[in-house]
Design a binder for this molecule. Structure first.
Ligand code: ZN
Length: 671
């Protein structure tokens, strides 16, 4: 074989190898700007989330943000640049590029507008039936999109003709087109938000979008700068990449060695919290703690009676019989006649996701930590709940509750913790029948454990399902009918205990998580203010050992957990904000004028927050951050006469009390 052929045989694979390696290197080099820009964007997003936290917490929070933002921004950048290469928009002449951009921009808004209008038309035709809506909506979307496709070319031609005229005066560089589009979008977005969305949906917590938006801005900024700082590329790349790696290391360090800091960030920061929520198993942190750690202390000689807690969603006290209301609620009427009625009980907040966690932890609403998920609050795994304490104390625990969004396993709210047996059913009467069947089966077997059963009924929350009220009278009638439905369900549950002797009957507690405004103070529903309509709730306890009578002392449903624990024969746990009312319920102590209740609206989701209220005896002070209102709710339950000026002494005392309770919210409940 000639030497040339010999050499060729060796050289050819080598050359192929080298070519392959060069291609790989080129591909990697192509990815470098995306990696650097993603690092820059992720760091900016991280710093924006760290803002306002103390140094170490802030550094960890930034790290967690980088953990999600870095890969996301990198993927976004690679995708955008890849699409840019595939589209080659530069090949279009300038007026046509401007025309296409303008058409896509316009089509986006048209499609959104068509879907918005169409949804309302469809809703009118289908009475908002989810199934009919979901079949009709895709057809609408496809029809609107097809119409836009058909119109695209003629419209683009027209636009291109117009832009060609403009281009003669003002050169339409791709940059100018891009900036013009961004400016147009910002203006249109603001106008739509201000004129169309905000008046209809009210407050929305948009803080969750701040750091992602800053991250995207950072990504674009670094990409732009990359083409200008050709010489400093290595330094910029190394600095941003190094900082991002350091941030990642901090996040991993916090996750492994600082679980408390990790959980604090989880509850307080939107994006870093999302990263922690998605990446780490919070329940595993919880599972490490044994039941024994929060076993309640036995009270010597105290019996462990069966306890049935019935919470009914959205019940304002003044519509129920024990409080002079007209609603037909025979069970509640009977229990109130046999047991103790707390005349002035207040819910800790005006929305379920803030009230219920306060009620089952015994902590003030502003000291419960967690993270909003859907309509509920995912409770910080470090909190110990009533059912867990009861279970640790030797009770058999069961929950019969309305709502998957609050108790369903998939939502991981933590509210189901400690409930050994759990059934979820939204329709009250069905739920009660299930509970009754379970109870009857339980009654048949020998029980060596006392029972703690919690039922949460939803009916009054959905009273509007009975139809659209034409006036306030009808509004009240519909609402009262929903209260009756809840009472019927509770009665169905209680029939399971019909065969019990009075001394072995369960202690029954009926309460609500918040009220409902039916036009008071201009409000049609709840979650909007802290006037009595939304937070004065029924609270009735009846059963063996409970006295008969009415308690005028002001109490809060934050007191529910220590009260139930003491009624169950345990010492009320230390370190809670609520106090046990067992002494009042059993008649060991008489009412005083100094009972205190605190309520707060916590800013999240659709709740603007910022409103707090404190009650002491008959006096109630409400603060919306700037204005203060003082009422005597015993004489003026509708809260019409503001005594803020005419009662300076009471005003001053309650203001101090409110300031103290509000600032207590900052204190960690886990120290
Ligand atoms: Zn509720």
């Amino acid at each position: 074989m000639p030497w040339r052929a010999q050499l060729g045989k060796i050289a050819r694979p080598l050359a192929a190898e080298r070519a392959k390696r060069t291609k790989l290197l080129a591909a990697l080099r192509w990815l470098v700007p995306s990696a650097v820009a993603a690092s820059g964007g992720a760091l900016i997003a991280g710093i924006s989330e760290a803002y306002g936290l103390e140094l170490s917490l802030g550094a960890y929070a930034a790290g967690f943000v980088v953990l999600v933002a870095l890969p996301t921004l990198f993927a976004a950048s690679v995708l955008a640049r890849g699409l840019w290469r595939a589209w080659q928009p530069i090949e279009l002449d300038r007026p046509r590029l401007a025309a296409w951009t303008a058409f896509v921009w316009l089509a986006t808004f048209t499609l959104a507008w068509a879907m918005f209008q169409g949804t309302w038309v469809l809703a009118g035709m289908t009475a908002f039936k989810p199934m009919s809506m979901s079949f009709a909506e895709p057809l609408l979307a496809v029809a609107a999109a097809l119409a836009l496709v058909i119109l695209s070319r003629p419209t683009v031609r027209l636009f291109a003709w117009l832009y060609a005229k403009l281009d003669r005066r003002l050169t339409l560089t791709p940059w100018r087109i891009a900036i013009g589009t961004i400016v147009k979008t910002l203006i249109a977005g603001y106008l739509i938000w201000h004129w169309l969305v905000k008046p209809r949906v009210g407050t929305l917590d948009l803080s969750v979008f701040v750091s992602p938006l800053l991250g995207i801005v950072g990504l674009i900024a670094v990409h732009v700068a990359w083409h200008r700082v050709v010489r400093a590329r290595r330094i910029v790349g190394a600095a941003l990449g190094g900082a991002a790696v350091l941030a990642l290391a901090l996040a991993l360090f916090a996750w492994q060695l600082r679980p408390n800091a990790t959980l604090t960030i989880w509850g307080e920061r939107p994006l870093a919290g999302l990263a922690i929520d998605k990446l780490f198993d919070l329940d595993a942190i919880r599972a490490d703690i044994s039941l024994a750690a929060y076993r309640p202390i036995e009270m010597p000689g105290a019996p462990h009676r069966d306890i049935v807690l019935i919470t009914i969603d959205t019940v304002r006290a003044d519509h129920t019989p024990p409080y002079g209301g007209k609603a037909e609620m025979p069970l509640l009427r009977e229990l109130a006649a046999k047991g103790v009625v707390f005349e002035w009980a207040f819910s800790p907040s005006n929305v379920t996701r803030r009230s219920i966690p306060s009620m089952v932890t015994g902590l003030a609403p502003n000291r419960v930590r967690g993270r909003v998920v859907g309509w509920a609050l995912r409770i910080d795994p470090r909190h110990v709940l009533l059912a867990e304490r009861m279970q640790a104390g030797g009770y058999e625990t069961a929950g019969f509750v309305c709502c998957y969004g609050f108790w369903g396993k998939a939502f991981r709210t933590g509210l189901q913790r400690g409930l050994q047996h759990l059934e979820i059913e939204p329709i009250g009467i069905k739920l009660a029948s299930q509970a009754r069947a379970w109870l009857l089966a339980r009654e048949k077997r020998p029980n060596n454990k006392p029972l703690f059963l919690w039922m949460h009924i939803l009916e009054p929350h959905g009273w509007q399902a009975l139809g659209a009220p034409r006036n306030d009278d009808e509004r009240k009638r519909f609402y009262d009918r929903a209260l009756t439905a809840a009472d019927v369900a509770a009665t169905q549950l209680m029939t399971a205990f019909a065969d019990r002797k009075p001394e072995s009957a369960p202690i029954v507690i009926i309460a609500s998580d918040h009220g409902e405004a039916l036009g008071e103070h201009g409000q049609p529903f709840h979650s909007t203010d802290l006037y009595n309509a939304q937070i004065h709730v029924p609270f009735v306890i009846a059963g063996p050992g409970i006295k008969q009578g009415r308690i005028s002392e002001t109490v809060s449903l934050t007191d529910l957990t220590p009260t139930i624990l003491e009624l169950a024969g345990f010492e009320p746990p230390k370190g809670l904000d609520g106090r046990s009312l067992a002494d009042l319920a059993t008649g060991r102590r008489a009412s005083t004028e100094n009972g205190v209740a605190f309520a707060a609206m916590i800013k999240d989701r659709s709740n603007p927050g910022g409103i707090t209220a404190v009650l002491r005896g008959p006096w109630k002070l409400i603060s919306n951050g700037s204005a203060l209102e003082l009422y005597n709710v015993h004489d003026d339950p509708g809260e019409r006469v503001n005594y803020a000026v005419s009662q300076p002494l009471v005003f001053g005392e309650l203001r101090r009390l409110l300031q103290q309770r509000t600032s207590d919210g900052v204190r960690s409940p886990f120290d």
